[in-house]
Design a protein around this ligand. Structure first.
Ligand code: SDX
Length: 426
């Protein structure tokens, strides 16, 4: 008989089974709680609530461990590519040669968007935030692939199609925003090379690839590829649980990611660093402002719901940024400022007591900037990286014969029953 949780309510004893995961994580299975007791649990922001079991990504927030399908993120960053890691997340194992060739071939074949979709870009003001364009373009793909409305039909081709087209839509929106002609994807190029040429090539001259930048882009996208049940992934699962089409579910993930507390933090970090630089404020002064609750200022790129130690991704990004800049014989005052801020925070009791460390967003923006990616596209880069994770999590849910539409409960605290009052009596 496995471990049980005992609960006494109104003098009655209840028992609920304990669920233990493959890494020893423990949960109380309360799926029968309301039926047995009439009670529901209350857990705003789901801080203590597991919404699902999952075999995709494992995080240990205390140890700073992140593994995709059991493989440590450090090994994937060192040896893998974004396409190979996407396959691993979605299909559960590293692809052999044939599988990788076939997957890459599909990404190449589906890299274009319908020519009519180009007109969508003309409707946006030049100042439109690319996350608004990205989410609406992704949702609009369902209009060009009506077969996707039957969500269980050809899930693989729909998701592979989107993996390739998201990158194209992002690059096209950038070209439109700077008034340059769009550059079409080229079959002979790898996933990351294609993105870079669609972003930065111009018809009048050959495009030179910097292998360090191509490698850095692969690693950046690998590091962002999945992160278990974060805000945007939970959004994708909840929206997808209504059996809406893939494009609608992924579009909702893009919108959740946009928030500055989530994926929008990479843009907010650079804006914060540039503001400190512009104001001439010392790091110590800024840290004092952050500690003053009334200032409502956060140290963006710091803190995490799960990691209570250094985010392993931030460690890799910090080293990679150093390497890329030193190889180019460059320095970036924003990187120096970020390091100074990190040092000031990590020695300050306010941050130590709250286990606040750099997260994935603290250094990523400095690398994106070095690649020439504009600040308002940093969260778009996060979305391109996170898409295989959203797809893998969505597929895991859709493939589960026991999955149901997500529908949390509430505890009502409003007015009890009262009569309608006619206007002349109010
Ligand atoms: C991502 O979930 C994921 O996995 C997300 C992600 C992924 O890959 O999908 O890892 C990507 O979203 C990373 C996080 C990016 N966001 C930021 O960098 C924004 C700044 N960080 C914070 O807003 C905050 O740390 C969160 C949102 C990330 C986490 O917030 P929690 O878990 O709700 O923690 P909290 O707000 O309850 O903070 C606990 C305490 C509070 O102080 P007290 O009330 O105890 O006095 O820590 C303080 C907070 O005020 N705090 C901060 C802080 N983060 C938390 N104080 C100053 N600066 C910060 N950044």
């Amino acid at each position: 008989m496995g471990e049980h949780a005992k609960l006494t309510l109104e003098g009655k004893d209840y028992e609920f089974p304990v669920f233990i995961g493959s890494e020893g994580e423990k949960a109380i299975d309360i799926s029968s709680l309301r039926a047995k007791t009439g009670y529901v649990t209350l857990d705003p922001a789901y801080v203590n609530t597991g919404a699902t079991t999952s075999a995709i990504t494992y995080l240990d927030g205390e140890q700073g461990i992140l593994r995709y399908r059991g493989i440590p993120i450090e090994q994937l960053a060192e040896h893998s590519t974004f396409v190979e890691t996407s396959y691993l997340l979605i299909h559960g194992h590293l692809p052999n040669k044939e599988e990788l060739q076939q997957f890459s071939g599909l990404l190449t074949r589906h890299s274009m968007i319908h020519e009519d979709m180009k007109h969508f870009f003309d409707g946006y003001p030049q100042s439109a935030h690319p996350m608004a364009i990205l989410s609406s373009m992704v949702c609009s793909l369902s209009a060009y692939y009506p077969e996707s409305l039957n969500v269980y039909e050809n899930m693989d081709i729909q998701s592979t199609r989107l993996l390739s087209k998201l990158r194209t839509i992002a690059a096209f929106s950038f070209k439109k925003s700077i008034g340059q002609p769009i550059m079409y994807p080229q079959d002979r190029l790898s996933y990351c090379e294609n993105f870079l040429q669609m972003m930065f090539a111009v018809p009048s001259r050959d495009f030179e690839f910097d292998p360090d930048i191509v490698r850095a882009l692969n690693i950046l996208l690998i590091l962002h590829a999945d992160h278990e049940q974060n805000c945007s992934t939970s959004t994708v699962r909840l929206v997808g649980s209504s059996q809406t089409n893939l494009y609608a579910a992924m579009s909702s993930g893009i919108l959740a990611l946009w928030g500055p507390l989530h994926g929008g933090a990479n843009q907010a970090v650079i804006e914060m660093l540039e503001e400190i630089q512009r104001s001439g404020m010392k790091c110590s002064e800024f840290v004092e402002k952050v500690k003053d609750k009334d200032s409502k200022i956060k140290l963006m790129g710091f803190g995490h719901r799960v990691y209570k130690t250094y985010d392993p991704r931030a460690k890799i990004l910090k080293e990679m940024t150093d390497l890329i800049l030193s190889k180019k014989g460059k320095s970036d005052p924003l990187l120096d400022l970020a390091k100074e801020l990190e040092e000031a925070a990590l020695t300050d009791p306010y941050f130590i007591e709250r286990n606040l460390y750099p997260n994935v967003d603290f250094y990523s923006g400095i690398l994106y900037k070095e690649m020439g990616i504009p600040i308002n596209m940093f969260t778009v880069m996060f979305a391109i990286g996170r898409l295989p994770g959203w797809i893998a999590q969505w597929k895991e849910m859709m493939d589960d014969p026991n999955s149901k539409i997500g529908r949390p409960r509430q505890i009502y605290t409003g007015a009890t029953e009262r009569e309608y009052v006619a206007m002349d009596k109010r």
